[in-house]
Ligand binder design. Structure first.
Ligand code: OAD
Length: 272
């Protein structure tokens, strides 16, 4: 199942020939920038370049569990901006939905906490939220759950909620995965799934955070891997069957869809 050249056309042929039936997609913040949500590491526009007002020792500290334990205020100062809101999924999100509609999506691994994949119609059981989400919240010490409405209020007020289990009084935070915390069990249960895939598509991620960054390496040597990203990342490009589209995600998925004869369908899926 190897490609004869590193081109989009041969990849599209591979898909059209029905050889990609178990596609694994891996995404990051870059697939949501065109929706208006900044990514993390882009030099001027990324979140980490714009946190001076929080007086952090280093930008990632805002998502570091040890730092949060000492000083939870910066996270809660920012949480409102991160909270899933009224953003519209991009055509890249719709492309993942289209793969699902065609019965070709094995799994989507996302690092994003904006819930736009779900919004685009990708079903829950197809999504691994590797870095958690705002769907639940709990005490960081005893894991006692915290009510959603009270969390929403705390985020609105930029106040730090405390555990409702009176013997604990620990800090409460949304169950988004901080540096120093374990990824959800669903990630570990599915992390070798890329071994069973016949196509891997990586989009909008700098692949700089482990263990997510190692997922593309789990693909078999003969599994084509497509990167759609403004820059080359990770080890994508090191294998003979890697295909690199180093450009905007939305433009890249449109090109791929066009090459597969799906462009109209994709545009319709997006405008639904
Ligand atoms: P990054 O900000 O690290 O990387 C985003 C990547 O997408 C970069 O390579 C950009 O060049 C690229 N990019 C941005 N906009 C794009 C566009 N419109 N089209 C194509 N490429 C584009 O974001 P992630 O890789 O998602 O974790 O970051 C990984 C994790 O680091 C996040 O989940 C978050 C963060 O710390 C936690 O907070 C735990």
């Amino acid at each position: 199942k190897t490609l004869d050249s590193r081109s989009l056309e041969s990849l599209a042929k591979y898909i059209k020939d029905g050889r990609a039936k178990r596609i694994v997609v891996m995404t990051g913040a870059g697939i949501s920038t065109s929706a208006g949500i900044p990514d993390f590491r882009s030099p001027d526009t990324g979140l980490y370049a714009n946190l001076q007002r929080l007086n952090l020792p280093y930008a990632e500290a805002v998502f570091d569990i040890d730092y949060f334990r000492k000083n939870p205020d910066p996270f809660y100062a920012l949480a409102q901006e991160l909270y899933p809101g009224s953003y519209r999924p991009t055509i890249t999100h719709s492309f993942i939905k289209l793969l699902h509609d065609k019965g070709l999506l094995l799994k989507l691994f996302t690092q994003n906490i904006d819930c736009l994949e779900r919004e685009a119609g990708v079903p829950d059981d197809k999504i691994i939220e590797a870095h958690g989400s705002f769907a639940k919240q709990s005490c960081i010490e005893c894991k006692y759950p915290y009510p959603k409405d009270q969390m929403q209020q705390a985020i609105k007020d930029k106040s730090v909620p405390r555990c409702l289990n009176s013997e604990c009084n620990g800090l409460v935070k949304p169950e988004i995965v901080f540096f120093g915390e374990q990824l959800p069990e669903s990630f570990f249960r599915n992390r070798f799934l890329p071994e069973d895939s016949d196509l891997c598509i990586v989009m909008g991620t700098s692949l700089s955070v482990q263990p997510f960054a190692s997922l593309p390496q789990a693909c078999g040597e003969s599994t084509p891997r497509l990167l759609i990203n403004s820059e080359q990342v990770g080890s994508l490009g090191s294998r003979a069957d890697d295909v690199l589209l180093l450009e905007d995600c939305d433009a890249g998925v449109r090109k791929l869809a066009e090459a597969c004869g799906w462009l109209e369908e994709l545009e319709n899926t997006w405008s639904e």
